[in-house]
Design a protein around this ligand. Structure first.
Ligand code: ATP
Length: 261
């Protein structure tokens, strides 16, 4: 589904991503791990199209998308979610979901004036989909709550819900577990697994929570210094001495309290 080939991202001579190559199979949940500064987020940004790479190619569903804008990638179903949930905090949970669809006719004043009937129909359709999404995520009880008042875990579920309002095929999840309490974490894992199994979403997931990686991901890709260090199932990657070394190197430099995870 996705082929990243020799990707490089250079900042003034420093290579945050340094010749990174990997493939992602349709229907998989690929875990992306590695110590702080390994280049995981930069790789995500490149895949999502936030900025062009200094070198290398990205192919998605058979097409070279290296030069495509974020928006065009999004319309092809390549959706990135953010490390920090960015809900509209004054809007309700339901309204946050209803804001998402890019093709919603009610967006334009002109559309409203030209085809008010279509706008009403579209809004009904979008509302129904938003309500179904809330039900799936077990957030119906907070549908009318301001999104800003939701807990960290509920905001992550809402973020997943916004993805579900699009025609997503490949979803890039950046640290979904960060700041989420244990109970909601289990729920988030369950929903990601269902979306993968039953609705065909392919995921790439950056995560420092190794329990989540172990439960959900196969394969697991470990990055270090901008490159793929090793790829395999969780047990193989965990027991590889190079992985331990990459995390220990980080501990020695004193930059990550999670290195022992
Ligand atoms: P973490 O697990 O902490 O999120 P990461 O693996 O996602 O780390 P990146 O955020 O991709 O790592 O950063 C990789 C390296 O590139 C780091 O050394 C970082 O300081 C550097 N870097 C990232 N963005 C920039 C930038 N815009 N300008 C200069 N250096 C950058």
């Amino acid at each position: 589904m996705l082929e990243v080939d020799g990707l490089v991202m250079e900042y003034g001579g420093f290579r945050a991503v340094d010749g990174c190559s990997l493939t992602v199979d349709e229907g998989s949940i690929t875990g992306l791990i590695g110590p702080n500064g390994a280049g995981k987020t930069t790789l995500f940004n490149l895949i999502a199209g936030a900025f062009p790479p200094s070198a290398g190619r990205i192919r998605y569903l058979g097409d070279d998308i290296t030069a495509l804008s974020t928006d065009r990638r999004f319309r092809r179903g390549l959706v990135r979610t953010f490390q920090i949930p960015h809900e509209f905090h004054r809007l309700s949970t339901l309204e946050n979901l209803m804001m998402v669809p890019p093709s919603q006719a009610g967006e334009g004043l002109l559309a409203n004036w030209l085809a008010p009937g279509k706008v009403t129909r579209d809004e009904k359709r979008v509302r129904a989909r938003a309500e179904e999404t809330l039900e799936f995520l077990e957030l119906t009880h907070v549908a009318q709550e301001r999104a800003g008042n939701l807990s960290g875990g509920q905001k992550k579920l809402l973020e997943l819900g916004r993805t579900m309002m699009t025609e997503a095929k490949l979803v890039l999840l950046d640290e979904p577990a960060a700041g989420v309490n244990r109970t909601l974490l289990r729920k988030l894992e369950e929903k990601i697994a269902i979306l993968n199994r039953e609705r065909g979403y392919t995921f790439i997931l950056i995560e420092h929570d190794m329990e989540m990686i172990e439960k959900l991901c196969d394969p697991v890709v470990c990055m270090a210094e901008g490159r793929v260090l090793i790829e395999g199932d969780f047990a193989t990657v965990r027991s590889d001495p190079r992985v331990l070394e990459a995390y220990l190197g980080e501990t020695v430099s004193g930059s990550d309290e999670e290195a022992g995870a």
